[in-house]
Design a protein around this ligand. Structure first.
Ligand SMILES: Nc1ncnc2c1ncn2[C@@H]1O[C@H](COP(=O)(O)OP(=O)(O)OP(=O)(O)O)[C@@H](O)[C@H]1O
Ligand SMILES: Nc1nc2c(ncn2[C@@H]2O[C@H](COP(=O)(O)O)[C@@H](O)[C@H]2O)c(=O)[nH]1
Length: 402
């Protein structure tokens, strides 16, 4: 802390960043946000550069290396940075795949502010941009044995290309037939506690004597596959996610009675007598919290399984949708290496040059950021992209890319 970073460009204090907070040449950019300058970029190995973040305090005259949360962009051939608001910087990477070129660096969002308090350091958070109106994640909660897993399996079986499961971490021992990385990431408590401390979890809770948690990576992996994320978490976890910026639908599954819940837990045969009694004791409090206001958008009673599943399908807007007709949303934009970036209101204009028979023909890609949703931890949804073709030879037409 305090020393200028190795990749620092000259003259930062003398106006390195231009008046539009936009710079697209070289392997690093600098963006002014309030009295801080965010220098993004880094060490260049000749062909690609890895994206690091350093903060220069204009009033303190000191450099700070922040805690960086979320998965950062892969090494690329440079990037452009555009200040969207006092909260976030849009990063467009060069030489990346179409699904990996639009990123957001959150510098002062609600999530970043909270994490600054928790971690006691400067914090920034990466969130990848997702094209189009990706559907909200679905949080399913309810007492142990109520049938959450059964209902989720039915959804995933009927709509395999639509839903993806957020694989949680847990310190509990695997049951017969449970596979590491599929049902859970089974982990040591000390490892999980360190990862929690390092900000890798969207939420975590102590449930029935073990630690359970949803990693940011688990949710991002599903979003990256173009699928709608389903989380199976307890009520404490649901409350934490509700307080986060993950804009989700929250559904509480309620048993028809405690007697029926006990019978289901016993019939499942996966817990010892002591564990069954502990889960039943906890169930009463969970049901009470589940019914209280403020966490859940919907409650479904799982008495008859088929009926409950039909209601769940209805809630998620799946009635009348043929599973085979579902196509994951478009993945991204194919940007040429040479492009320049500018901003007008909520539109980011990307000028792409393609040399054709001696004449440079230009295409303009318009990135509409007026309807962004979600953000770190997780993905930023709602990016819309339009292309305007060959405007050097005259207007050729507009077409929507997402
Ligand atoms: N409507 C239902 N009627 C009868 N049995 C059911 C019903 N729904 C689920 N079950 C059965 O109840 C048992 C518990 O279901 P499941 O494992 O899906 O619960 P869960 O809520 O995911 O539990 P946990 O939170 O412990 O993972 C399973 O054996 C399942 O087959
Ligand atoms: N807060 C969280 N709760 C979770 C998560 N993953 C699962 N769970 C909940 O734990 C109980 C017990 O699950 P089991 O597999 O041991 O029967 C159940 O209510 C789950 O919903 C998580 O990541 N975070």
């Amino acid at each position: 802390m305090g020393e200028a970073p190795a990749f620092c460009v000259d003259n930062l204090q003398n106006g390195f960043s231009n008046g539009f907070n936009l710079k697209s040449e070289g392997c690093e950019t600098s963006t002014n946000v309030g009295d801080k300058t965010f220098v993004i970029g880094g060490l260049n190995d000749g062909s690609t550069s890895s994206i690091g973040v350093q903060i220069y305090g204009k009033s303190t005259g000191k450099w700070v290396i922040p805690t960086v949360l979320g998965t950062k962009p892969k090494p690329c051939k440079g990037h452009s940075a555009v200040l969207l608001s006092e909260e976030q910087i849009l990063i467009i990477t060069r030489g990346s795949t179409p699904d990996d070129c639009i990123w957001f660096l959150e510098v002062d969002t609600k999530y970043v502010k909270e994490q600054k308090k928790v971690l006691g350091t400067e914090v920034v958070a990466w969130s990848k941009g997702v094209m189009g109106e990706a559907e909200k994640p679905v949080v399913i909660s309810g007492p142990s044995g109520v049938g959450k897993g059964t209902l989720i399996n039915m959804l995933m079986k009927e709509f395999p290309s639509m839903f993806g499961f957020s694989v949680s971490h847990t310190t509990r021992a695997p049951r017969d037939k449970e596979k590491n990385g599929v049902h859970y990431h089974f982990t040591e408590r000390s490892v999980m506690e360190k990862d929690i401390k390092d900000g890798k979890f969207l939420e975590f809770a102590s449930v029935h004597g073990n630690l359970y948690g949803t990693s940011i990576e688990a949710v991002e992996a599903v979003a990256d596959s173009g699928k709608r994320c389903i989380l199976d978490i307890d009520v404490q976890g649901a409350r934490s996610v509700r307080a986060s910026s993950l804009d989700a639908i929250f559904i509480f599954i309620c048993p028809p009675s405690m007697k029926e819940l006990e019978e289901r837990l016993r019939a499942r045969g996966t817990e010892t007598e002591e564990q069954i009694l502990k889960r039943l004791r906890n169930a009463e409090a969970e049901i009470e919290q589940g019914k209280s206001r403020g966490i859940f958008d919907h409650t479904l009673y799982n008495d008859n399984l088929e009926e409950c599943y039909k209601n769940l399908r209805g809630l998620l807007g799946l009635d009348g949708i043929a599973p085979t007709n579902y196509k994951p949303s478009p993945k991204g934009i194919d940007l040429p290496l040479n492009h320049s970036v500018s901003k007008i209101d909520n539109k980011i204009l990307i000028n792409c040059e393609t040399p054709e028979s001696g004449n440079a023909s230009k295409n303009l890609i318009v990135l509409d950021v007026s309807s962004l949703k979600g953000g770190a931890p997780g993905r930023t949804r709602g990016l819309n992209v339009y292309a305007i073709d060959s405007f050097s030879d005259g207007f050729d037409g507009v077409h929507k890319l997402s």
